[in-house]
Design a protein around this ligand. Structure first.
Ligand SMILES: [Fe+2]
Length: 360
């Protein structure tokens, strides 16, 4: 269902207000050939109405001849900003960049963020943005997830389908994606709603069994038959199953990069307004699949780079796999039970502390 400009401007206004946009702030809207025109015009309208000084920077797409997919997350590394000093300077001079292009996992993005510029990625279809417009409740829920990951030494994931995955933790930071950028130098993605981290280098081990209804991204397919991944010393060493396993193997092999098999970010979804079923309702080129990445109670793991977390892997291959019906434990504490978050643990940290104080 299409959405009106009025609703989308309302959603942008909410995101920009949560992002603490002030009158006089310099906002640069980063666009490319695939930028959605309604998202663009509503972003510019909302930012202008809030008093921002708005510019648009349009850059040509790159990597189209290398990638097997049109998905903007399917091929990482070089971006339209690589070597573009003038564009980088413009973005560093901005208070806020609205990324309607997909500038992700690049040294240029780190450089821009380090200058204090905030970056908000927003490339899902307009009605998805409006349905999943972030709220303070989302923020508190994700912060509760982050608090559960802090100081933990191991994430353990199991499932009735046969997953038994051990992920030692502590080496890499914990990341909160709640859909707005409220601090200088912060990056976020609207829509989202999940907490995650990265396993210690070389430490992930065990078995992942993808089951019916799990999602492969960027393929944007639901798995329809079991695919078993063997994980040793931080890397997937075998992908077994029938035709779907063969297709997944072929896709990863096409990058000809051993780093493509590394276990990357791991965490769980917390977004209650996201749904597993949404992916089946959209044209695969219209969406990134953020519903499946964020849906409350998923176990989301990734294969590929960890430079986003400060690691050294920069492989162009990036596969996100949200799984259903998993159990997730952190140091033995169950946080996801058969694909449902343990709600009593996901209360806002402040509220929980309040309650404890009241009981004391
Ligand atoms: Fe990812």
């Amino acid at each position: 269902m299409a959405i009106s400009d009025t609703e989308l401007i309302r959603a942008w206004t909410q995101v920009l207000t949560l992002s603490k946009l002030k009158s006089g702030d310099a906002v640069t809207v980063l666009t490319s050939d695939h930028t959605h025109p309604q998202t663009l015009r509503c972003a510019i309208t909302a930012a202008t109405m809030l008093g921002a000084c708005v510019s648009r920077l349009d850059l040509p797409p790159v990597n189209g001849e290398k990638s097997l997919s049109r998905d903007t997350l399917a091929y990482l590394g070089t971006t339209p900003l690589t070597g573009n000093r003038a564009a980088i300077a413009a973005l560093k001079a901005s208070d806020l960049v609205l990324d309607l292009m997909t500038l992700l996992f690049s040294p240029e993005q780190h450089e821009i963020l380090a200058s204090g510029t905030k970056i908000l990625l927003a490339v899902e279809p307009p009605e998805v943005l409006a349905r999943l417009v972030p709220t303070m409740e989302d923020y508190h829920r994700v912060q509760a997830g982050v608090a559960l990951l802090k100081g933990r030494r191991e994430m353990h994931v199991t499932s009735a389908a046969g997953t038994d995955l051990h992920l030692p933790l502590g080496e890499y930071p914990i990341t909160a994606e709640y859909g707005f950028v409220d601090q200088p130098g912060r990056w976020d993605h609207w829509p989202s709603g999940f907490a995650f981290t990265w396993p210690n280098e070389g430490g992930a081990h065990g078995r992942i069994v993808l089951a019916k209804g799990d999602v492969l991204l960027p393929m944007k397919n639901y798995v329809t038959e079991p695919i078993t991944l063997t994980v040793k010393n931080g890397f997937v060493t075998a992908i077994e199953g029938d035709a779907e396993a063969e297709l997944l193997r072929e896709y990863i092999e096409s990058f000809q990069d051993p780093e493509a098999y590394a276990i990357s970010h791991v965490g769980w979804g917390l977004q209650k307004r996201a749904f597993w079923s949404t992916l089946g309702l959209y044209d695969r080129e219209a969406t990134l699949g953020m519903d499946a990445r964020a849906v409350s109670g998923n176990f989301l793991f990734s294969l590929g780079p960890n430079n986003e977390a400060g690691g050294s892997r920069t492989t162009a291959c990036h596969i996100d796999i949200p799984m259903r019906h998993c159990n997730v434990f952190v140091d033995g504490l169950q946080v996801v039970d058969d694909g449902k978050v343990v709600e009593s643990l996901m209360k806002p940290a402040k509220l929980a502390a309040h309650k404890e104080a009241a009981h004391a």
